[in-house]
Design a protein around this ligand. Structure first.
Ligand SMILES: [Zn+2]
Length: 294
């Protein structure tokens, strides 16, 4: 399998483009949800990253859930997840590095049947991943079509929800990006359901909470109406765990309550009307919840 070793990869966001792109700027980094590094736009490639010692890391995020990242860390440093179920594994988000070693490891884990992306910052080398895995479909929400750097095998899906394989349903939460998507996994590793959230709902260092931002690096808050719409869409689904975009950024109990409490805390801080949100759940000792008990 010949990988696209020399296609340009933005050194700041890790997204791989077609060779003919205007190299003066990466469109994803020029947007105010990202930034151009102080030294100016820089490009690399899979070949140069490998020469610099980067490799793909595959390890269990928690028992039963495998993650795929790039080590040493590169660009935004997100890691993807291998979400299992009937009909094959889904690769949820992906990182830039890819090599024969990781493809062998993924075959041992049962292969990958489809790729799905949360938003443009994690597109990375998705077209190369798809081709290397047998030209499998890449699900991207149509509302983010303008950001797609390479269209090979991309399936633009529309609407609020789409089950791409049994038990794995994409939800267009629309936070952070209009096409911002989370993946509901009906069982999760513990049978109680999980949300793979990328940084559409980002797990913050205090892992009892999530954040909702239009831009994380530039600290631009998300609009409250987008957050309340996202909660209306996501909360009818059952989930106790929530997996964020980086190693260790996971909530393993009462994630459903954590999302609601986090939205209330956010609305309180920005002075938005919490009447637009679902009511706060009763505090649970396991989650260390704070807030107004009903
Ligand atoms: Zn970029």
């Amino acid at each position: 399998m010949e990988l696209d070793l020399d296609h340009p990869v933005c050194a700041a966001c890790g997204v791989q483009y077609e060779p003919g792109i205007d190299r003066s700027i990466c469109p994803i980094c020029a947007d105010d949800r990202q930034y151009v590094a102080w030294g100016g736009q820089q490009w690399t490639s899979l070949r140069r990253l490998a020469a610099d010692g980067h490799r793909t890391e595959v390890r269990e995020e928690i028992p039963g859930l495998w993650g795929i990242g790039t080590t040493p860390a590169f660009a935004i440093a997100q890691r993807g997840l291998v979400v299992p179920g009937e009909g094959g594994n889904v690769l949820w988000d992906c990182g830039p590095m890819i090599g024969d070693d990781v493809l062998d490891r993924l075959r041992e884990l049962g292969g990958i049947a489809a790729i799905a992306l949360s938003h443009p910052h994690y597109y990375s080398t998705m077209a190369t991943w798809s081709r290397a895995l047998g030209d499998i479909p890449i699900y991207v929400h149509a509302r983010d079509e303008q950001w797609v750097p390479r269209r090979d095998n991309v399936v633009f899906w529309e609407g609020e929800r789409r089950e791409i394989l049994p038990g794995r349903t994409l939800l267009n939460a629309g936070v952070h990006f209009a096409g911002g998507t989370v993946l509901h996994w009906d069982t999760g590793v513990d049978g109680r359901g999980a949300l793979c959230a990328g940084d559409i709902f980002t797990v913050v260092p205090d892992r009892r909470w999530v954040g909702f931002m239009y831009s994380y690096p530039n600290l631009i808050p998300e609009r409250p109406e987008r957050i309340s719409r996202a909660l209306d869409l996501v909360l009818p689904y059952r989930f106790s765990s929530l997996y964020g975009a980086w190693w260790g950024r996971i909530i393993t109990d009462d994630a459903h309550g954590a999302v609601v409490r986090s939205a209330h805390r956010y609305f309180d801080r920005i002075g938005a009307d919490a009447a637009d949100l679902p009511p706060l759940p009763r505090p649970s000792s396991a989650s260390g919840a704070v807030g107004t008990p009903s």
